[in-house]
Design a protein around this ligand. Sequence first.
Ligand SMILES: [Zn+2]
Length: 408
Amino acid sequence: MAVFALVNKESKERQMNILEEAIQTRRKIHSRPEEGWTEFETSYLVSERLKSLGWQVYIGLDALVPEEVLGRNPELVEKAIERAAKQGVPAAFLESTQGYTGVVGTFDTGRQGPRTAFRFDMDCVQVQETSDANHVPVKEGFASQIPGMMHACGHDGHTAVGLALARWIVENKEDLCGSFVFIFQPAEEGTRGAGPIAAKGWVDDVNFFFAGHCGMYCQQGQLGIGAKGFFATSKLDVSFTGIPSHAGAYPERGRSALTAACSAVMMMQGISRNSEGDTRVSIGKLNAGEGRNVTPVHAAIQLETRGETEEVNNFLVKNVTNIVRGAAEAYEVKYEIKLVGHATTLTTTPKGVELLKRAAETVEGYKTVDIYNSIGGSEDVSLLFPTLTPDSSRNLREPRLHRGSQTL
Ligand SMILES: [Zn+2]
């Protein structure tokens, strides 16, 4: 945490207390992993902690724009609310979320100065945590209590760091100026949660914006500052609907959703590369059909595109859309394409990168500080990064690409 170095007056003892608390917080969150848009227990923990520190807290529809929400499953949300209630999260809090997870906290030092925003993501991934006795969370008793869910991407650590930093700011407020916006974001996995928070305007007037991820290319003691490099990405759910018929008696009366889906998948492999930038098209899942002797009525594909630039990614989405439409027409079936996740490329300023570098170099424990220009992968924090001029940290944000969750 580079900001820890900006003011260095706190006593070692107090700093250790913050670290000890961060470890406990991380372990608590690790034991209760919640997937995207179901982070009710985590949101409650964050909200309570921020309030106790004197931060202004915004949750539910005060934190985000629901129309911009992508990839939220209402059934999973319902189950998560029930689970959170059983874990002791008060009904009043659950009601006040209006079904939407995520917390935004603000803190004003009361002195003039920059407005600085940080993003910390809170969701887990759908991975079963090992029960191996040598696995530290098993050994130390904080392994996941939720089957099939695990904080395998480290967002438990991000949330704990965010709360530690919030406490540090309060404890050092006399030495600080300006104000802070902390975004505890839901549903980073699948790039679903940043857009609705960005749309609420939380980063419109910030002077500095920072976000981080543990791991990536860095081992303990290494800091990597990402100057640019994320792929723009779109996550698409495609469905085909055909007409059933008996495959033996009246095959000509049926229209196969499965055949259309298979055809579309094969055609997607043939989308051309792009001279303007690197591309990826990944079809991760295809479910189709009802039974051996029934012309398949339903087919569903989960796929994603990634492009080195927003334009290159748009080129892929356009091709995928054309292929789906063409396959549907060829096999006389209906189709639907839903955008369920989106992120753009990373845009940072040299000033911000330099500030982080300078600060990190003064922090005890970092052995190396490196600048990365090609991070790979995708991150929806890119939607929150304000558009900044190269020589200024003032926000000059331009409209971002946002298509919402409508059918394309
Ligand atoms: Zn992650």
